[in-house]
Each structure stands twice: as structure tokens, then as C-alpha cells.
Design a binder for this molecule. Structure first.
Ligand code: ZN
Ligand code: MN
Length: 487
């Protein structure tokens, strides 16, 4: 076998559906699952003589994402027509942005599995309108649902800075977290709110010479799993193809491939169209958008602490593990809930345990988020402080949390009602310890005799005290008393 090494090069195009109430250029509602062709009007149906009007909210959402991706936001952008001939967009062109996108030259930092982060360049982000949906489920003919036609889409194009399927997936996941944190998209994969098109090739070193394989673009992926797997598949396929045929990148041998989710293979679709095939030209029906410094500032003021920043802050400031910090920041309302409990003076690590081990578990079972469980951040802070003060044990705090959700009662009341207040009264516990020692002379002998059996016997005695108090004794206090008595 000859000496072959390779490096994977991947760039990604992402379409994100923005969660505006109405469509990009008309006032039709953006609504998933409505009766086919019930959310349409002459504008999005492409009737002659109608005029589009820009959705200001969509524009502001797009700029907000651009700012979050550290992009340069030009003060002047315009719209272009992209020729498009397909029944799902009846006016035969898509309004998009060609040479003056609303955001450019940014980056997105992704968390790496090895720890740390990596910056992925963002070439541009622009707004456009979505097409409708062709349905091929009716037998010998196709149907078209134009409800989605004209929905605002943000297209984001990255630099080819990713070097594995895992990195591509990390970028997609991070972007989902960001647009959700910003509240500009539900980013629900099942509803097609995020669609991915990776372009992949390899730099192969063979016997000291370097070769580049032809770039393949995989169209229209709508899950993280398909995205990662298709990239990994394409890497193997290109390597095999190169070793078999020696084919390398030349002008015009970029290809477009589809992903077969069942067979887990990519399938050749066609040679790539070059940009001039789309015959872009400036959209005559829409005025360019001119940002003012005030307007831009107003949008900028809506930026929040981004998920990865938050995650890293939790690790540094609160000494949480990267995993825990990731769980808390997977979703904005959970992170905000955590922030509020901590602001209420509870110890962060304790709060993290309560929320990740108990709160999220209950929330998952109920299919909601922590902020919808009916418990307040103050209540959880109070519970956390009760554990810190040894008023209740951390295992009791789980039951209290659960009953707080069921009843809406406060932690203090419940600790009383459920008999979960820890006994820390040394006098009372001493009497119980004495009783246990009197009942178990053999174990006492083992402890005082020292040696192998000592540790086990001591544990047994402690267990007996806990049992007699039905787990309500503070183990630390009991342990101290035992030490004193058995010394
Ligand atoms: Zn419409
Ligand atoms: Mn596009």
C-alpha cells in the first residue's frame, strides 16, 4: 500500500426559517400544518401586478443573527431576483440577496469534543423567501402546497473551516442554540426550520504529492444525524474514488448529491449550476434597505449572552463541569431559570444538581421546560439553601422538589409535612446512638478492637441510627457522636 494521508475540508450552507408572524413580503401567516393553500395571497402566489413589501421583523431578526455571528453589517443592502423555475414558487423567481448580503465576514465558535473551541469563519448571511412544497403522495400526479411560499429564510454560508463530520454537527447544533437564544427561530428540525447543505472534499497526500478531490455538495439535509453521517460517508466515498480512478478537482467538476437516509449513501444528482445560470438581477419592486446607526443600535441592544459564552462562564465562574454547563445552556429558559436561582443567593453547584438531576428529569417527563413546572426560582433557591444548611438531606431534596411540582407548596412547608427535616439535635441523637450501641455489643467490640472489621462495623452502627430516625438524622452529627462514644 502506498503512503496516503488526507485532510477533510467542509463548508456549510444553512437555511434557517425565521419565526415571524407573517411572511417575508406579504401579510400571510407563517403557520406550520395549516390546510394546504390556505395561507396564501396574490403576492406569494406570484400574481402579475402585485407588489412585495419587506417584513421589518424578519430583517431585524436576520441582522441580530449577523451581529451574534460577529459579522460586519453594511448600512446598505438590496434585493435581487434569482431565476427559479419550479411549481413550488409560481412567480418563477426567488427574491434573495446576491452581491450585497446583509451580513458578512463573521465567525462562529464551536465547542470541540476534546474541550476548548474552534472558530469557523462565516462568509455571509442573507435573507430570502422560501419556496412551497411539492407533494408526491397522490398517485400519478403531484400536488403543491404554497403555504410555505414566501416564508422568511436566513441563508448562512460558512468558510470551509470544518475538518470532520463531528465539527459540522457541532456547528449546526451551536447555530441552533444561538437562534433559539435570540428568539428568532424555533429551529425545529422536524418542521424543517433548519436545512443543511455541506460541501465536502479532501486534500490527499500520496507519495509526497498533493491532490484535491472534486467538491461534492449534499442537498437539503434536515437532521443533525443525516448531516454528520452524510459528511462521513462522502469522505470515505471520495477517498475510495480517488484511489480507484485518481480523479482530482478540475474546473466544473463540482457535483450535487442527494442523501438517502435509509441506505445511508449519497447519490449523484447533477453537475453544479454556476451562479450565472441563476441570472441574478436587482429586484425592481423593492427599495434597498438603508440602516441608520440608531436602528442598528436598537437591534444590537437585543443581543443577549450567547449560549457558548454562558456555558464557558458557568465553568469558570461556578466551577461546573463542561457537561453540566452544556446541559443548563442547551435551552434559554433553563439557563435563565438557573441564573435567577443563583442570583437568589443559592450555591451554583447545588442548584445545578437540583436542576439537572431532578428538575430536567421531571420536565422531560412532562414534556415541558423547567420554567413551566410551576416552581419559582425563589422556591428552588430556598430548597438549595435548606440542603446547604443541612436542614434536609440532598436525597430528601429530590422528594421535596417533586412534591413542590405536584402541589405548588413551598419547600419549608413540605419538609415539615413530609417529615424530612434532618435531626441535628445532638442531645436527641445521642440517646438514639446509646440505644443502638447497647443493642449491638458485637459490632461495638469490632469497632473498638480495630483491624479489618472495624470500618465495616462502624458503618453498620451508623446505618442503624439512620434507620431508627427514618433517615432524618444528620449523618455528620451522628458520625461525630459515634466517634466520641467509641473512642
Ligand atoms: Zn401571501
Ligand atoms: Mn438559499
Amino acid at each position: 500500500m502506498t503512503n496516503v494521508q488526507y485532510k477533510v475540508i467542509v463548508g456549510l450552507e444553512i437555511h434557517v426559517q425565521l419565526c415571524t408572524k407573517s411572511k417575508m413580503f406579504c401579510s400571510c401567516a407563517v403557520e406550520f400544518g395549516a390546510a394546504p393553500n390556505s395561507r396564501v395571497c396574490p403576492v406569494c402566489l406570484g400574481m402579475p401586478g402585485v407588489l412585495p413589501v419587506m417584513n421589518r421583523q424578519a430583517f431585524e431578526y436576520a441582522v441580530l443573527v449577523g451581529l451574534a455571528l460577529d459579522c460586519r453589517i453594511p448600512m446598505f443592502t438590496k434585493w435581487d431576483r434569482k431565476s427559479y423555475y419550479y411549481p413550488d414558487l409560481p412567480k418563477n423567481y426567488q427574491i434573495s440577496q446576491y452581491d450585497l448580503p446583509l451580513a458578512a465576514n463573521g465567525f462562529l465558535e464551536i465547542p470541540l469534543e476534546s474541550g476548548g473551541g474552534k472558530k469557523i469563519g462565516i462568509i455571509r448571511a442573507h435573507l430570502e423567501e422560501d419556496a412551497g412544497k411539492n407533494l408526491h403522495t397522490a398517485g400519478n400526479f403531484s400536488q403543491v402546497d404554497l403555504n410555505r411560499t414566501g416564508t422568511p429564510l436566513l441563508e448562512i454560508v460558512t468558510e470551509p473551516d470544518m475538518n470532520s463530520g463531528a465539527e459540522v454537527r457541532a456547528l449546526a447544533t451551536e447555530l441552533q442554540r444561538i437562534v433559539r437564544f435570540l428568539g428568532v427561530s424555533e429551529a425545529d428540525m422536524q418542521k424543517g426550520h433548519m436545512r443543511f447543505e455541506p460541501n465536502i472534499n479532501l486534500i490527499i497526500t500520496k507519495d509526497g504529492a498533493e491532490y484535491r478531490t472534486p467538491i461534492a455538495e449534499i442537498k437539503n439535509l434536515n437532521s443533525f444525524r443525516a448531516l454528520e453521517r452524510s459528511v462521513n460517508y462522502e469522505v470515505r466515498r471520495q477517498l475510495d474514488e480517488f484511489l480507484e480512478t485518481g480523479q482530482v478537482m478540475e474546473m466544473g467538476n463540482k457535483t450535487t448529491r442527494g442523501w438517502d437516509d435509509e441506505q445511508e449513501v449519497s447519490v449523484l444528482q447533477r453537475e453544479k449550476e454556476e451562479a450565472h445560470d441563476y441570472r441574478y438581477f436587482p429586484e425592481p419592486d423593492l427599495v434597498p434597505v438603508e440602516l441608520t446607526p440608531e436602528w442598528l443600535q436598537q437591534i444590537r441592544s437585543r443581543l443577549c449572552e450567547l449560549p457558548l459564552q454562558k456555558q464557558m462562564r458557568y465553568v469558570e465562574q461556578y466551577k461546573l463541569s463542561d457537561y453540566d454547563a452544556g446541559v443548563l445552556t442547551a435551552e434559554l429558559s433553563t439557563a435563565e431559570f438557573f441564573d435567577e436561582v443563583v442570583r437568589d443567593g443559592a450555591e451554583p453547584k447545588r442548584v445545578c444538581n437540583l436542576l439537572t438531576q431532578t428538575g430536567l428529569k421531571i420536565a422531560n417527563e412532562k414534556g415541558c421546560t423547567i420554567n413551566n413546572l410551576g416552581v419559582t426560582p425563589e422556591g428552588i433557591a430556598h430548597l438549595a439553601r435548606m440542603v446547604e444548611a443541612d436542614t434536609v438531606s440532598s436525597s430528601s431534596s429530590v422528594s421535596i422538589f417533586e412534591v413542590m411540582v405536584e402541589t405548588g407548596k413551598g419547600p419549608e412547608v413540605l419538609a415539615e409535612e413530609l417529615n424530612l427535616i434532618q435531626k441535628s439535635d445532638a442531645g436527641e441523637l445521642e440517646r438514639i446512638v446509646d440505644q443502638v450501641l447497647a443493642e449491638n455489643p458485637g459490632a461495638v467490640e469490632d469497632v473498638t478492637g480495630g483491624g479489618k472489621k472495624s470500618k465495616k462495623a462502624r458503618g453498620f452502627l451508623l446505618g442503624q441510627v439512620m434507620q431508627k430516625t427514618r433517615g432524618q438524622a444528620n449523618p455528620k452529627v451522628v458520625s461525630d457522636i459515634l466517634d466520641k462514644k467509641l473512642d
